[in-house]
Design a protein around this ligand. Structure first.
Ligand code: 2P0
Length: 323
């Protein structure tokens, strides 16, 4: 039955950066993320025999063929599994502040996997949903679950999926610093592919990941924000270093990103437990204690406007909403 499904976005503390298999989206390495409450997507799928092609309405606006590509990948898998032939209407609402410019592929494709599961009545398990979401966008595999989540890279479609590792019910949160974007970024899909195929630093990145992952899991188990933050920060810096070695070279950092990172380092000197991470864009995410979030936000107002700083707490996994 057609039902609205909600999925929240996640931010990786150990990054996914590079694919072993482009078609099935099998990653080069395990990644580990925190699902957050502040940003989410609601999606409903309706199979309809009168449609001539899949249709995507995002925030009330019909989307073109390029936006439909990842969506139809998931719908085709579901149609195949459920032996359905009808095209689908996909209605989707992104609850991301409009100025934020945050990528919504993780929450969007996870919500779609859940909504397609409801509409097709396939009754997929959470693990199967994670595998399905992965086929749309790698990071979406992690948004099926709440709290801290690890995406096990696996070796093929059957073995590559995420699983929850800690409900994050402790003193941790994230502040999003939304910086102004000067020019269009290299998409994460193109950026990671270019890095894998051309950057001499990519091998170095891969060689330290097992250690970062082991250290991160221990630190989460200890609920040690300083260790979690420090490992996330060093992991993000290594990921971003690989892009500088790519051919042609690129970076997601802007002058404002540097200001944000410097501000975080400065606050750390003032004895706050505060660390940063960055993804395939110029925004900076600040890992800190929930209990210190208001004070840190206030301190960041020396560098950024109020509407550029958004607080987030750990969020839940995928939810089927009451219609
Ligand atoms: C992550 N990113 O782990 C990393 C860190 C960006 C930087 O996952 O090609 O949209 O659809 O699998 O999931 C963004 O990449 O890429 C991402 P595809 P996706 O969150």
């Amino acid at each position: 039955m057609s039902k609205w499904v909600r999925a929240h976005t996640n931010i990786a503390l150990i990054k996914y950066w590079g694919k072993e298999d482009e078609e099935f989206i099998i990653p080069k390495n395990n990644s580990l993320s925190l699902t957050l409450d502040a940003f989410y997507t609601d999606t409903r799928v309706t199979f309809d025999s009168s449609l001539k092609e899949d249709q995507l309405i995002l925030d009330g606006e019909e989307q073109d063929a390029s936006a439909l590509k990842k969506v139809s990948t998931i719908l085709d898998i579901v149609r195949n599994k459920a032996e359905l032939t009808d095209y689908a209407l996909v209605e989707s609402i992104n609850y991301v502040p409009t100025a934020a410019g945050l990528a919504s592929s993780a929450s969007g494709l996870a919500a779609l996997a859940g909504a397609a599961n409801e509409a097709s009545e396939l009754n997929l398990s959470a693990q199967e949903l994670s595998r399905l979401a992965r086929r749309g966008s790698g990071s979406a595999s992690r948004s099926i679950y709440g709290g801290f989540v690890e995406w096990e890279k696996g070796i093929n479609d059957e073995t590559s999926f995420a699983h929850p590792i800690d409900n994050a019910n402790w003193d941790i949160g994230m502040l999003f610093i939304i910086v102004k974007q000067a020019k269009k970024e290299v998409s994460s899909r193109d950026g990671m592919q270019r890095t894998v195929t051309t950057s001499p630093f990519y091998a170095g990145w891969l060689s330290t990941l097992d250690q970062d992952l082991t250290d991160m899991k221990l630190s989460i188990a200890e609920q040690n924000i300083d260790k979690v933050g420090a490992i996330a920060e060093r992991n993000a810096l290594k990921m971003h270093a690989t892009t500088l070695g790519a051919q042609p070279p690129f970076t997601y950092w802007t002058a404002d990103s540097m200001i944000a990172m410097d501000a975080v380092r400065k606050l750390r000197k003032e004895n706050y437990s505060v660390y940063f991470t960055m993804d395939a864009g110029p925004n900076v995410k600040v890992i800190c204690k929930q209990s210190e979030m208001d004070k840190i936000k206030k301190a960041l107002l020396a560098y950024f406007d109020e509407e550029q700083i958004i607080s987030a707490k750990p969020g839940p996994g995928i939810q089927v909403l009451e219609n």
